[in-house]
Ligand binder design. Structure first.
Ligand SMILES: NC(=O)c1ccc[n+]([C@@H]2O[C@H](COP(=O)([O-])OP(=O)(O)OC[C@H]3O[C@@H](n4cnc5c(N)ncnc54)[C@H](O)[C@@H]3O)[C@@H](O)[C@H]2O)c1
Length: 445
């Protein structure tokens, strides 16, 4: 059992805090955003993540998990401090390290005893070294401390399961003592023979970037194949299934759609490109994946234009705003990018999402949101399905047809069967799946 302080109560920090306390550690979570700490101390959550509320309640009641406004005291009382703060992109591809560096300064000012400082935020290679410099500088190097890079691979929406059943745990450190303490913290996961990758800090940092870039390339690859399917009559579902059965390829991340989003892939691919360029390397493959991804938003709008040729003044119902199901996170969400294009085209957008509407409105304040999916569809010239929420897989199609102005659907997540939709009387387009043969030629551009 270790005394741990987690800096940052966002999607990663909260899940890390809750899970590490569940593994038997004594965890205190802090945040510079005191509103979040107050919400947590009121027994609520500042984010939506399935299962997290129960896990937190359980560990708070066992006095293994707490939330504190006292950042200094929480650092001083802990042997291990995790940094799980945001690392947004600065817009030019550079990682904005202001929060990570701010956390390091706070740690340096409160370094009262030997501490392990664990960076969980996704950062460029060399950041661990930079953290050491900052803490050395601001604390005169006394008492001693060790830096560990422990990147996080959880996915929002299934974060607890991902944290508790990881494919691997990466520990980047040159210190045996730090490694031993990390294995103690992860306790049963270490004993259950979860693969632990023990390496240096720089390698651990690059593993995270390389993993996210690889998955992004995979998504852009299948989207490019889907676009070829659209022009040839091939079916991307069958192509992806057959590809995925090849053990060298694997079926994961081969789902065609509107392109990747979220708080990680877009910024981490840009971060890797920047890192490579700074060292004189042109990262052609990752750059291409980013380009395909940006273009994929337009491919979806072009599909809509096949059903609704003149978008100006037309009403489009957007179903799904979160970048993926089971989260309220809309950062870099394809839905928001597409809505912005539709608004530029002077469409009237009516939106619905089960949990992400408040966050979406922070990004697009003028967005017209509806508490009920059918109300969002009222009189619309077309529906666009942009997040594959289970709720959206079970739409009452008869009612939908009654509420729509025109029975047009662009299913950007391929959650309906094209034949069934035609039989139900919809003009239906999806991504990389053939229309019925007679229609194929008709929609070719
Ligand atoms: N969200 C994911 O799915 C995911 C997955 C793996 C890795 N990551 C990485 O983890 C990091 C955190 O991501 P997130 O989505 O949890 O971010 P987030 O924006 O949800 O949360 C970050 C939190 O850190 C707080 N913070 C900033 N500076 C602080 C400080 N000095 N002390 C205490 N708190 C501070 C912010 O107020 C905020 O609440 C990022 O580097 C991200 O790339 C995210």
């Amino acid at each position: 059992m270790k005394n741990i302080c987690i800096m940052g109560t966002g999607y990663v920090g909260l899940v890390t805090g809750a899970c590490l306390s569940d593994l038997g550690n004594k965890v205190r979570c802090v945040d510079i955003d005191l509103k979040k700490i107050r919400i947590l101390n009121d027994g609520k959550l500042p984010i939506y993540e399935p299962g997290l509320q129960e896990l937190i309640n359980n560990n708070v009641s066992r006095e293994r998990l707490s939330f504190s406004e006292d950042i200094k005291g929480s650092i001083r009382d802990s042997e291990v401090v995790f940094i799980a703060v945001g690392t947004p992109s600065d817009g030019n591809g550079n990682v904005d390290l202001r929060y990570v560096e701010g956390a390091a300064e706070m740690i340096a000012q409160n370094l009262n005893d030997f501490k392990i400082i664990v960076n969980k935020s996704t950062v460029s290679v060399g950041t661990g070294r930079r953290l050491k410099e900052i803490i050395d500088d601001k604390s005169s190097g006394k008492p001693e401390f060790e830096i560990v890079s422990n990147p996080e691979f959880l996915r929002e929406g299934s974060a607890i399961n991902d944290f508790m059943h990881p494919d691997r745990i990466v520990i980047g450190t040159n210190s045996e003592k730090a490694f031993d303490i990390m294995t103690e913290i992860y306790g049963s996961l270490y004993l259950m023979e979860t693969p632990f990758i023990k390496t240096n800090v720089e390698t651990a940092e690059l593993i995270k970037y390389a993993s996210n870039a690889f998955l992004s390339v995979k998504i852009s690859f299948i989207n490019e194949i889907a676009n070829i399917c659209d022009k040839t009559g091939a079916d991307v579902h069958v192509v992806a299934k057959a590809m995925g059965l090849d053990g060298r390829i694997s079926p994961k991340f081969l789902h065609a759609g509107p392109g990747f989003g979220g708080s990680c892939f877009p910024k981490d691919t840009l971060g890797l490109v920047q890192l490579a360029k700074e060292r004189g390397i042109t990262p052609n493959l990752v750059e291409a994946a980013i380009k395909v991804n940006i273009n994929q938003r337009m491919v979806m709008v072009e599909k809509l234009k096949k059903l609704v040729p003149n978008l100006k003044g037309k009403t489009i119902a957007v179903l799904g705003l979160a970048f993926k199901p089971n989260t309220d996170d809309v950062r870099e969400s394809p839905a928001l990018d597409i809505i912005k294009i539709l608004l530029e085209e002077e469409c009237i957008v009516r939106a619905y999402d089960p949990v992400a509407m408040d966050n979406a409105k922070k990004s697009i304040p003028e967005l017209n949101c509806f508490d009920n999916m059918m109300d969002a569809c009222e009189g619309a010239d077309s529906v666009m399905i942009l997040t594959e929420w289970n709720e959206l897989r079970q739409i009452d199609l008869n009612m939908l047809k009654e509420r729509l102005g025109s029975p047009n659907i662009v299913d950007c997540r391929n959650i309906y069967d094209p034949k069934k939709m035609k039989d139900e009387g919809f003009n239906y387009l999806s991504v990389g799946r053939p229309l019925l043969k007679d229609e194929f030629n008709a929609v070719q551009v």
